[in-house]
Write a new protein. Structure first.
Length: 88
């Protein structure tokens, strides 16, 4: 599980699937920052991981401050599934 910061909005939401640097991640949580204050474009702060880590996320068996952080530009994110059951 990791904190994935996406600079820009590629159009993904919670339960979406993205590919970054050849690895596929499920987005367990997506927080949108920067609409009112902050950087010149929005940032999506996501908690992302593998599907088998979903139970750990739901039962909060992790410490958010100790997650590895990766920041990427929206152009480096390939959206496999936008959210829930919606396909790309």
């Amino acid at each position: 599980m990791k904190r994935l910061i996406i600079h820009g909005d590629p159009g993904v939401r919670k339960d979406g699937i993205v590919e970054v640097d050849g690895k596929e991640y499920t987005l367990f949580q997506v927080t949108r920052n920067g609409d009112w204050h902050g950087p010149d474009r929005v940032q999506l702060w996501c908690i992302a991981g593998q599907p088998e880590e979903q139970a750990d996320f739901e039962k909060q068996r992790y410490i958010p401050h100790f997650l590895d952080v990766e920041a990427v530009d929206e152009a480096d994110v390939e959206v496999k599934k936008r959210a829930g059951s919606l396909a790309v």
